[in-house]
Design a protein around this ligand. Sequence first.
Ligand code: FES
Ligand code: FES
Length: 179
Amino acid sequence: MATKSENHARGEKKPPVKIRINGSWHEFEPGRDIEPEMTLSYLLREKLGFTGLKVACDEGACGACTVLMDGKAVLSCMKLAAEADGHEILTIEGLPEDDPVIQAFAKQCEPGYGTALQCGFCTPGFVMTAKALLNENPKPTPGEIKEGLSGNICRCGCYSGIARAVLHASEDAPKGGKP
Ligand code: FES
Ligand code: FES
């Protein structure tokens, strides 16, 4: 059987790129929907309208564009859209309203709790990074939370409120269930 690259060398049409995004499969035609250099962040934000993820630095240094790929955090500005072929992508739009991390961030913003966000630009990236962290380690220590969030930048300096929100999310998660 001919390989993908052999087919391409013969000028045959490339197979579609298939990505499951927030629970639904999407198919993209190479050359029409996806260019080889297109980033996953561009595909998600500009082509599909998942504007929850933000693009700030566009060079892998701030975490604002974090999404989950097969449950793990990835910087979507540093990933080619085609690399997501066959994978499961989750953006903040794919989380339910009662998600424990979303709830913890919302609660942390109520008066008396200290704040987990001001402008909110970094929040989706922090939420998705926290999801990945809690997927791997449902009961992290404050030190592990700090370490786990260390790749994300908040220009408003809400780090302590964000860390408390993640700690509360881990405490509120149902036992044995995924946060
Ligand atoms: S926009 Fe991707 S890491 Fe900053
Ligand atoms: S809340 Fe403004 S950048 Fe974090």
